[in-house]
Design a binder for this molecule. Structure first.
Ligand SMILES: [Zn+2]
Ligand SMILES: [Zn+2]
Length: 343
């Protein structure tokens, strides 16, 4: 089959012929119909952080059709069914696995980074980490469940955003998904701060009431208070670089809440007293639970979500590598997807 393979940082993915996958027990093989390109993919191919294994087929935002069923799968898993899944090969036995959090599994293997993912004609999935989709959910919607789940998880882990003033730091796909769900779940006012003009415009399409240029927090806070009528009750940090948690502390109102969503693997500093003097609550979250996928699949099945506009481009294998590289520079795309069946 054809697949886009990562070889080394700084080199574009190459489309190659690789072996067709076959299902182990508890697995199915799917024909991938769509797979989105993620910021994580771009970062992982820039610098070698040890997570992305050379020779791996990338892609973790996939939807497809079952073509082969391994042993020990329940009868619901049959050829022709639509499916998406968490990009996770987990042990199923540790505490995170038993509580529906395979992405936090002690032995987790991430599909698309450490094991073959969805930038391919076919891939294998563990049925226990996958979700069957009704026929009414289309391929684009199915492949958007993963990026939407990142935002939904952050909201589900927060105390309550209903009727609240929200500040979202960063309008990348994670910030946009957070903004989308805050609107859907009934926030009162949503401000997004973001340095890039194009992304600020996207934020307004994703539910934000105000999109402000990033700047010195003392100055930006004045603009937020003017737009929202007060300092934010809940701040979602969706940037993931050092210094952002300290900024979130500056923005939050007294007694407010900070949700740390942006993935930052570098040391960061903050002044605890600044957060203490406001008696803030902070919560750190990562990825999603199986339940987040189930909830979005359910909402899509009931036709409650209008999300297909999030996919702003579709390419076949021929243009895939160039499209992937083009996302490294500022652009107006929200999500470009691979359609392995396109010419
Ligand atoms: Zn992703
Ligand atoms: Zn586990």
């Amino acid at each position: 089959m054809r697949a886009a393979v990562f070889h080394e940082p700084g080199t574009p993915l190459t489309v190659e012929n690789v072996d067709d996958p076959s299902p182990a027990a508890g697995q199915v093989v799917i024909a991938v119909k769509r797979c989105g390109i993620c910021g994580t993919d771009l970062h992982a191919t820039e610098e070698h952080d040890g997570l992305l294994v050379p020779g791996t087929v990338m892609g973790h935002e996939f939807a497809g059709e079952i073509v082969e069923v391994g042993q020990n799968c329940s009868t619901d898993w049959k050829p022709g069914r639509k499916v998406t899944g968490l990009p996770s090969h987990s042990c199923g036995n540790c505490l995170p696995c038993k509580t529906g959090k395979p992405m936090q599994c002690e032995n987790n293997i991430v599909l698309g980074l450490q094991r073959s993912g969805g930038f391919a004609e076919y891939m294998t999935l563990d049925t226990h980490n996958s979700v069957l989709l009704p026929d009414s959910v289309d391929w684009v919607e199915g492949a958007l469940i993963e990026p939407l789940a990142v935002g939904l998880h952050a909201i589900n882990m927060s105390t309550d955003i209903r009727g609240k003033r929200i500040l979202v730091l960063g309008a990348g796909p994670v910030g946009l998904a957070v903004s989308f769900w805050c609107r859907f779940m009934g926030a009162y006012h949503i401000t997004v701060t973001e340095p890039e003009q194009l992304r600020r415009e996207s934020a307004l399409q994703f539910g934000a009431d105000a999109a402000l240029a990033s700047g010195a927090p003392a100055e930006v806070l004045k603009e937020i208070e003017k737009a929202a009528g007060g300092a934010p009750d809940v701040v979602f940090e969706c940037v993931g670089i050092p210094g952002m948690i300290a900024e979130a502390v500056e923005y939050a109102r007294h007694g407010g809440e900070i949700m740390v969503v942006g993935f930052c693997a570098r040391p960061d500093t903050m002044v605890p007293a600044a957060a203490m003097m406001k008696e803030l609550t902070a919560r750190f979250v990562v990825a999603y639970d199986k339940a987040d996928f189930d909830m979005i699949a359910g909402l899509l099945a009931m036709d409650k979500l209008d999300v297909t506009h999030m996919c702003t481009g579709t390419v076949g294998f021929q243009d895939f590598s160039a499209a992937f590289e083009s996302l490294r520079t500022p652009n107006s795309h929200c999500k470009i997807m691979l359609d392995p069946g396109a010419t």
